[in-house]
Design a protein around this ligand. Structure first.
Ligand code: SAH
Ligand code: SF4
Ligand code: F3S
Length: 445
């Protein structure tokens, strides 16, 4: 049976799609790279903003035509939007055969068997932790990088930021056993993986059993996990995303500074620079606290780079609030930022707050932050011209195959002409001779 999987949303969803593909290939299915070649179409969806849902619904709607030509085609919706809208999707999209929520994805093989036996619409939406048992299977999707792999270490989120649908669609936060994670990493490394990316909606809460209070002083189960992984022979780099700022205590910062494989780049979601808005967002830190954490990391790890997520136009955000966000962003000096226009999500507290911000203000604020970001990254990259950077080679660049590309530990993209010895997964030294705001260019030394 040929299966096509289309993934929307974040890296956790990408990882789920790999696990789904892993499960299905074990059952004898093949993963194909185009919907026209498939007997089964799976859409692994996202609900984080309205746009994400609209995109997936549009695409699935379009599949009606394929199903008309091939009535045996099986179509399923999985992931966060499946969890969010459940059976309602089967009504509005009558050509869809099944919806499976985020807690039941391990049931997919059974669901496919039962649908092939008896064609009737089916929805599986219960929350459950058995899903963790399916998380270990890996399948390299056609577009994934050969020497890198994702490992999900937590699932779900207990933080309930007031704008966010994730805790509602991904369920309660659970952590995997440390030994499971380490074993999975070892297996990946023995299959050629050099860099692992640890994933969790609230990844630094790893091992805290869903407690939303940051760990007691001097303890960090997440730092303990990093330490174990750092010991794995043959593993070159460890990254992680996304940590909530309040979990960066001295123990975790110390682990980042001293463990040689942990990369010098951190994605630290800011969301807003205004304490008033942070409070309304139910984020448990102030702008000052955020800066203090970032500055501590800069002190301990001088070449560290930061990326972030920011929301503009949260209900009640005034020009004054926005300026605070702008200031703190310029102060930290992010090397990358995902800037989102607030999108009301039904069932979250922020969706019914008063003072929703006009779309044109969201657009304008979004543009201003993007301009600032480009200026900052251009400055940072200029400063790296003339330096020598250690780069983990990823492969030929997509745009120009004569160039190869890779990343520094600080997550900078570096382009360079390869030599005979250049191969994926190798660490090379590149002397940087020019840059753009997004990439560095140089020659092997
Ligand atoms: N767990 C991650 C975030 C997952 S969602 C974390 O907390 O770091 C990714 C980003 O989407 C969030 O950081 C936030 O900036 C943005 N986001 C979430 N809900 C949103 C909404 N309703 N409107 C706009 N952006 C949103
Ligand atoms: Fe959403 Fe907040 Fe959880 Fe991140 S920490 S997934 S923004 S609720
Ligand atoms: Fe989207 Fe679900 Fe990720 S809502 S951002 S795919 S956790």
């Amino acid at each position: 049976m040929n299966v096509f999987i289309k993934t929307y949303g974040c890296q956790m969803n990408e990882r789920d799609s790999e696990a789904i593909a892993g499960m299905l290939t074990k059952e004898g299915c093949q993963i194909v790279d185009h919907e026209s070649k498939a007997d089964v179409l799976i859409f692994n969806t996202c609900s984080v903003r309205e746009q994400a849902e609209r995109k997936a619904i549009g695409k699935v709607g379009f599949m009606k035509k394929l199903k008309k030509d091939n009535p045996n085609l099986v179509i399923g919706i999985m992931g966060c939007m499946a969890q969010n809208h459940g059976e309602e999707l089967l009504k509005t999209l009558s050509h869809v055969d099944f919806v499976i929520g985020t807690g039941q994805l391990h049931k997919l093989p059974e669901v496919l068997t039962s649908i092939l036996e008896e064609r009737s619409q089916l929805a599986l939406l219960d929350e459950g932790c058995e899903v963790l048992t399916s998380m270990g299977s890996h399948y390299k999707m056609p577009d994934s990088k050969p020497c890198q792999a994702f490992i999900a270490v937590t699932r779900g989120c207990n933080r309930f930021c007031s704008y966010c649908i994730v805790p509602h669609v991904r369920g309660r936060e659970i952590s995997r056993e440390i030994n499971d994670v380490v074993e999975e990493a070892k297996e990946l490394v023995s299959s050629g993986v050099k860099e692992i990316m640890l994933l969790g909606q609230n990844v630094a809460a790893y091992g805290l059993n869903g407690d939303t209070k940051p760990p007691p002083k001097g303890t960090s189960p997440f730092a303990d996990l990093l330490k174990e992984l750092n010991e794995i022979d043959g593993l070159v780099r460890i990254r992680f995303t996304s940590p909530y700022p309040s979990y960066f205590n001295d123990k975790l910062i110390d682990a980042m500074a001293t463990l040689s494989k942990v990369c010098h780049n951190v994605h630290l979601p800011l969301q807003s620079g205004s304490d008033r808005i942070l409070k309304k967002m139910n984020r448990q830190y102030t702008a000052e606290k955020y800066l203090e954490i970032a500055n501590k990391m800069k002190q301990r790890i001088p070449d560290i780079t930061f990326s972030t997520d920011v929301i503009v136009g949260f209900p009640g955000e005034t020009e004054e609030d926005f300026i605070k966000t702008r200031d703190i962003m310029n102060n930290v000096g992010f090397d990358n930022a995902f800037i989102f226009k607030y999108s009301p999500r039904e069932g979250t507290p922020a969706a019914i707050m008063e003072d929703q911000v006009q779309q044109e203000d969201k657009e304008r604020r979004n543009q201003l932050l993007l301009q600032d970001l480009e200026e900052r990254t251009a400055e940072h990259n200029e400063n790296l011209v003339g330096t020598v950077q250690e780069v983990l080679v990823e492969g030929p660049s997509r745009r120009n195959a004569e160039r190869w590309s890779g990343k520094t530990s600080t997550a900078k993209v570096v382009m360079f002409p390869p030599d005979e010895e250049t191969e994926r997964g190798k660490l090379v030294k590149v002397k940087i001779n020019r840059c753009t705001p997004v990439s560095l260019f140089g020659d092997l030394i």
